[in-house]
Design a protein around this ligand. Structure first.
Ligand SMILES: C[S@@+](CC[C@H](N)C(=O)[O-])C[C@H]1O[C@@H](n2cnc3c(N)ncnc32)[C@H](O)[C@@H]1O
Length: 268
């Protein structure tokens, strides 16, 4: 049984209670920062925020993070990818987590990511003749053919690396991506994953209305800002299905819990 004699010292209790207040204040700050930045920064400026966030992201460089494919990725590869040694294009590859997993399974891989520090790390860690390229650039540069990855085409499968599609802010780039992938990989599957949106409560909705009324109108209702990732767009299932169809794909698998999807070329 506890008694007043068991009460922890005052200093511990003060730190405990004051810490709770600081945490609560930080959570409010985090939400307000996310909403203000999402409303005020045009998507064309997203890449520099996202790049610098990931260049500084230590987790993406850690051995533990880069050790293996996730279970859902293994499931998608086993279920939909052609057998190794097929050639796979990996975008948003970070420091090479998926690249390593694919190389270990005997695939040939071309990869790219806009965060130069992550690519440098990946190049230093991954030594394989089956790694055809590891370029610095994003989906924007892939579409404008600046990455010179066409020389390894046609690819047999595509991986849009974990969550990376969510960092594409420009709707025109999102719209152009499926066709660009189809041109590089005419008959193979696309594994795409994105970052889910946290539920938006009434306080956040009210803040959005205030920001809109004060002229900050870039918020598309599906964007958030996270300090370790930069800007994040969370597409709806309907938007993703429409996007797949626009590139001539059908959705072979959709899992809202990760979330990820596998697209395959639509049969004519
Ligand atoms: C959550 S991390 C995942 C990295 C890696 N796929 C992994 O699983 O370790 C998302 C990655 O998307 C990349 N990214 C951000 N914007 C991008 C863009 N516009 N095009 C392609 N990749 C992008 C980031 O640099 C980052 O490496």
């Amino acid at each position: 049984m506890s008694s007043s004699r068991d009460r922890p010292p005052l200093l511990w209790r003060l730190v405990h209670h004051a810490g709770g207040r600081v945490d609560a204040a930080y959570q409010v700050f985090d939400v307000v920062r996310s909403e203000v930045l999402a409303a005020s920064v045009p998507p064309r400026h997203w890449p520099s925020f996202v790049r610098s966030a990931y260049d500084a992201n230590q987790l993406m460089r850690s051995d533990a993070h880069n050790a293996s494919l996730y279970a859902w990725e293994q499931h998608a590869i086993d279920g939909f990818f052609p057998a190794a040694p097929a050639t796979v294009l990996v975008g948003g590859a970070g420091a090479g987590r998926e690249v390593r997993g694919l190389l270990e399974r005997g695939y040939r891989v071309s990869a790219f990511d806009p965060a130069g520090a992550l690519v440098d790390h990946g190049r230093a860690e991954l030594h394989s003749d089956a790694l055809l390229a590891f370029a610095v650039g994003g989906y924007e540069e892939l579409i404008s053919d600046e990455l010179e990855l066409r020389r390894h085409a046609p690819y047999d499968a595509v991986v849009l690396g974990w969550g990376s599609f969510s960092h594409v802010g420009d709707p025109a780039i999102r719209a152009a991506l499926p066709r660009a992938l189809r041109a590089l990989c005419p008959s193979g599957p696309v594994l795409i994953s994105w970052i889910a949106q946290k539920p938006v409560g009434p306080k956040r909705e009210a803040l959005r209305r205030v920001l809109r009324a004060s002229g900050l109108r870039h918020h598309d209702g599906a964007t958030s800002y996270r300090p370790h990732q930069g800007f994040v767009h969370s597409p709806s299932e309907a938007a993703l299905r429409a996007l797949a169809a626009s590139g001539g794909y059908e959705v072979a698998h959709f899992d809202a819990s990760v979330p990820y999807s596998v697209w395959i070329p639509a049969s004519d």
